[in-house]
Structures are given as C-alpha cells and as structure tokens.
Design a protein around this ligand. Structure first.
Ligand SMILES: Nc1ncnc2c1ncn2[C@@H]1O[C@H](COP(=O)(O)OP(=O)(O)OP(=O)(O)O)[C@@H](O)[C@H]1O
Ligand SMILES: [Mg+2]
Length: 325
C-alpha cells in the first residue's frame, strides 16, 4: 500500500505542479492515514484469527454440544457456516465410528461364544475317551461321531466367517454372466433330495420356462440358494419345500417356499442380522450359527436386489429375490 501512495504523490508532484512543500505534506498525511488504516485492519484481522482459533480449540476440546453454539463475527459468516458443517460431519463420523466399534465388539463376543461351544464339546468327548471310554466298545464310536459332528460345525462356522469378512471388506470378487435358470436350479435341487427324503418332505421344483436366462454370479447365487433351501428343510417338519422362478417384466423372481414353522412378525426384520436365530437352541442343535441369511442378503444385494420374506408363525415361509433376465 505504501509504495502505491508514494507513486500517487509523485504523479501529483510531477504532473499536477505540486510544489515540494505540498508534496511532502501530502505524502506525510497519506502515510499517516494508511498506517492508521493498516493498524486498524491488522487489529481486526488479529481479533478474527483469535476468534477462529478459539472456536477450533473448543471443537478439539469437545466443548460445543451443538453446531448452533458456534458463532463468529458477522464478517466471517461464510467461514462460520463452513465450520458448522465441518463440525456436524465430524460429529456424524464419530457417532458412526462408535457404532462400528460396538458392532465389532458384539461380533467378536458372538464369534468367541460360537467357537467356544463346539471346542468345549470336542474337548469333553476327547477327555472322556482318554479317561477310559475309548475301551468301551458301546460308546467310543458314539463319542467320536459326536466330536466329529462338532468339528464339521466348527468348519462351517469358520467358512461362514471367512465369507462374511470377505464380503464386508469388499474383497469378494464377483463374476457376472448369463446362465440358464432351469439347469442351475435343477442341479441345486438334486443335491437336496436326500436331505428332504430324510425328513419325509416333498421337494418340488415348480415348472420353469427352460429357456429363461438369468444374470449373476452363479457360484455365489448357488451359495445363497443352498442356504435358503437348507433353511426351508431344516425349519419344516412336515409338508413340502418348493423352489421356482416367476417371470416378471425385466426380472425373474426366484423363490423358496416351505410349509414349516414360519417366523414370528417381530423376528422377520432381524433374521438377516449376523448370528440372529429365532430359536437359538433349536438352530444350534441343527448346526446353525445364524450367519446364513446375512450372507444371502449380501450376495443378493451385490446383484442389486433385496431378499423378500413372507412368513407367518405356523404357516410356512417364502423367501424370494429378483435377478436381471
Ligand atoms: N425357512 C425358514 N423357516 C423358519 N425359520 C427360518 C427359515 N429360514 C430362517 N429361519 C430363521 O432365521 C434364523 C436365521 O437363519 P440363518 O440361515 O441366518 O441361520 P441358521 O440357519 O440358524 O444358521 P446357518 O448359519 O447355518 O445358516 C434361523 O435360525 C431361523 O430361526
Ligand atoms: Mg441357515
């Protein structure tokens, strides 16, 4: 600013016939005014900076209970609203992190609990065998078979956990392509016939247009359907399990329907949560850990659709989801 004032004074002096005396007075007054102005501007800027520093410090010390408690002077209103939105975002991020931490702790608690059950059981059978039961021909085989059943459960729990962590960390690689719905479902259903027969259940493959092609990751969809059909068989004591495809305008809806226990209304919205089981003991007895539907949900969502459930306690259930055709 000062060089500018000197140049203006020189212009006046050279071109507007200022004498040296007036030039010096003009220069002096201008410099004085500009120094006063600079001093005022500096003080104001200093006050503003202090105010901003205080607000930032209070945010750091968590002293603001809400965004509207943050205030700066009028000339800083734009900055004030920026700081307010930054404050809201930080608060939101912290709340999200706390929630994630809670979910993680709960998940770890569930995992340890679920791991402990089969490990304790296996340990118990082995100890009993070592304490002498191994020589008792009546029970040694039974104990070994029970221990073996628990190792199978343990293995399937670990596989489910690996799948869940791969899916949730975004590491699950998907490979989408078109394939024939009929062949795909037929192959899966054939594998379940022995299980359905064991429980005297009819496993029905509803008539399907043999030419319909659906789009998705065949291997992952097979994993999802395996769990849905397995659930339908597990949670049905008499009647049937039907699997089929309904053609809609742009999509195909694949459904698995059973005449089983059904699910109480309040539980329907929770069955997709990890480790959630309507009847914990019954499900655990059947080797379930409550991760199956969480995996199904992730797989179907990765295809851009949602799983729908229609169920009534005592009146069976129908799980379905759409796929692009
Ligand atoms: N077809 C069904 N009929 C009745 N209840 C069902 C059905 N499918 C799921 N459920 C209920 O939802 C719960 C969660 O199902 P999910 O498949 O996630 O777990 P799970 O079958 O217990 O164990 P797993 O991890 O081995 O699949 C089950 O424990 C069961 O209570
Ligand atoms: Mg299941």
């Amino acid at each position: 600013m000062i060089p500018g004032i000197v140049i203006i004074a020189l212009v006046f002096y050279l071109f507007l016939s200022f004498d040296l005396y007036h030039f010096i007075i003009f220069l002096f007054c201008s410099l004085l005014l500009s120094s006063l102005f600079s001093f005022y501007a500096y003080r104001k800027r200093d006050r503003d900076i202090k105010q901003i520093k205080k607000v930032i410090e209070n945010i750091r010390l968590n002293s603001f209970s809400a965004a509207d408690k943050i205030s700066l002077s009028n000339n800083l209103s734009e900055l004030e609203s920026e700081i307010k939105s930054m404050f809201l975002k930080i608060q939101n991020d912290i709340a999200q992190m706390k929630k994630l931490e809670e979910v993680r702790t709960e998940f770890l608690g569930n995992v340890s609990h679920e791991l402990r059950t089969p490990i304790f059981a296996i340990q118990g059978f082995i100890e009993t065998l070592l304490d002498g039961a191994i020589d008792d021909k009546e029970i040694n085989r039974v104990f070994l078979e029970k221990a073996n059943k628990h190792t199978i459960n343990l293995n399937s729990l670990l596989n489910d956990l690996i799948d869940i962590s791969m899916i949730e960390s975004g590491q699950m690689l998907m490979s989408f392509r078109y394939f024939t719905a009929f062949e795909f479902l037929d192959e899966i259903i054939q594998e379940f016939i022995p299980r359905a027969e064991e429980k005297n259940l009819k496993l029905i493959f509803e008539p399907v247009n043999r030419h319909i092609k659906i789009y998705g990751d065949k291997q992952r969809l097979k994993q999802a359907l395996n769990n849905l059909i397995m659930n339908a068989i597990k949670y049905t004591d008499s009647g049937s399990v039907s699997v089929g495809v309904k053609e809609e305008e742009k999509v195909c809806r694949i459904f698995v329907k059973d005449t089983g226990f059904g699910i109480p209304g309040n539980d329907i919205k929770r069955i997709f949560e990890r480790f959630y089981r309507v009847d914990r003991d019954r499900s655990r007895e059947m080797g379930g850990t409550g991760l199956g539907l969480a995996i199904v949900k992730h797989i179907v969502e990765a295809h851009g659709f949602n799983v729908e459930v229609k169920s009534e306690l005592g009146n069976g259930s129908e799980f379905s989801f759409c796929l692009k055709k």
